[in-house]
Design a protein around this ligand. Structure first.
Ligand code: NAP
Ligand code: F7E
Length: 330
């Protein structure tokens, strides 16, 4: 019989790729969506008619919806990917961010403990927990020093997952994922924003790319590689936590320069405008992950290089702008 997977955050970048991946492995996939006044299923158009894919209604802010769903579905695997995931917004909405991104994890874990304690649980932890880094490169043992309400909320989510594993013997795991990107990334995140605006400049639809801090360094990977790591984490005999990263770091400026170069524009400074509105109250200057444990235990490694990622994203934006293609095609 096929396994049942329950995904929160299925309408997001990772949730949609994870749903594609699990369907390809013959899972019955239950994707939780919250009520919205306009459609939010753009990333799921390729699987909406798949009979093994089921949309179910619920919200991380509402425990009763989580308990109802887990009682009905009794999933084998739970992937908790839902969150208020944009760091900048976490300063503007710190309480909501704490409610969804931190307490939401406890609500999911409690629902699992009450309804299906035999299930396996994946928590979407983040390299933002390392923040003002205390060690380089960052591993599973590096202490946390979060720099935003988002990072603080993720640190709570991480430790409550560890705590439920240790308190109740649940199969609860965290993937500490470094930044991972794709054409399905939200337009507000820097890589997709750069890819989109560079394509607009190339097509004569915009004069300049407007960004904040170009000096920040990130370890950027490809989202399709990273959702496979989530699945691998839940296929192990023992629950544990893993860093998932490429081990390479680049500045935002390098991403910008590579994106312009890919469309044949070398004098990128001519087309760049600093906008202080995109600077952050506290910055995470440098992230670079050491994924040795994932390589050794999960046999996982990234398949897409930094320069390939830039090309994938810029090509997708050029195609979207030229053909009005849908994001789910990428
Ligand atoms: P994303 O594209 O922003 O997706 C977030 C998802 O969470 C969306 O489906 C959103 O639904 C849902 N959501 C938000 N609040 C909710 C609530 N109260 N109830 C139910 N659903 C809610 O994020 P992503 O990039 O796919 O990331 C997935 C997870 O990994 C997030 O937890 C993120 O914090 C974490 N993470 C991401 C990265 C990365 O580089 N992408 C790295 C480390 C960790 P709507 O569509 O309705 O808004
Ligand atoms: O910013 C700088 C910004 O918003 C990256 C989330 O998925 O990854 C993501 O968080 C860097 C920062 O991602 C702009 O200051 C400059 O240093 O793409 P971002 P993030 O904050 O690293 C982690 C792992 C997560 O867990 C999060 O959920 O880029 N930057 N100029 C800018 N950033 C944005 N967004 N927009 C700018 O104009």
């Amino acid at each position: 019989m096929s396994k049942k997977a329950f995904i929160t955050g299925v309408t997001g970048q990772d949730g949609s790729y994870l749903a594609d991946f699990l369907l390809s492995k013959d899972y019955q996939v239950y994707g939780m969506v919250r009520r919205t006044s306009t459609p939010i299923l753009e990333r799921l158009t390729n699987i909406l008619s798949n009979p093994n894919f089921h949309l179910v209604n619920g919200d991380l802010a509402d425990s009763s919806s989580l308990i109802r769903l887990l009682n009905e579905i009794k999933p084998d695997e739970i992937y908790n990917l839902a969150a208020q995931s944009f760091v900048q917004t976490s300063w503007e909405e710190p309480i909501l961010t704490g409610d969804y991104t931190a307490l939401g994890v406890t609500r999911m874990l409690e629902a699992m403990r009450l309804c299906c304690p035999q299930a396996k649980f994946y928590q979407a932890s983040s390299s933002e927990m390392f923040g003002k880094v205390l060690q380089t490169p960052q591993t599973e043992k590096t202490p946390f020093y979060p720099r935003s309400p988002y990072g603080v909320a993720k640190a709570y989510g991480h430790f409550i997952t560890v705590n439920y594993r240790e308190s109740y013997n649940l199969f609860a795991c965290s993937g500490i994922l470094f930044n991972h990107e794709s054409p399905r990334r939200g337009l507000e995140f820097v890589t997709r924003k750069i890819a989109h605006q560079v394509a607009e400049v190339k097509l004569g639809l915009r004069e300049k790319v407007e960004l904040g801090n170009l000096e920040a360094k990130r370890d950027w990977g490809y989202a399709k590689d990273y959702v496979q790591a989530m699945w691998l984490i839940l296929q192990q005999d023992k629950p544990d936590d893993y860093v998932i990263a490429t081990g390479e770091t680049h500045t935002v400026g390098e991403f910008l320069q590579a994106a312009f170069a890919h469309v044949g524009i070398e004098d990128w400074q001519t087309y760049f405008q600093h906008n202080p509105a995109f600077d952050r109250p506290a910055e995470v200057d440098l992230l670079i992950g050491d994924a040795s444990k994932a390589k050794q235990v999960l046999n996982w490694q990234p398949s897409v290089t930094f320069s390939d990622l830039v090309k994938i994203m810029v090509d997708a934006e050029m195609a979207i702008l030229q053909n009005q293609a849908k994001v789910a095609d990428f």
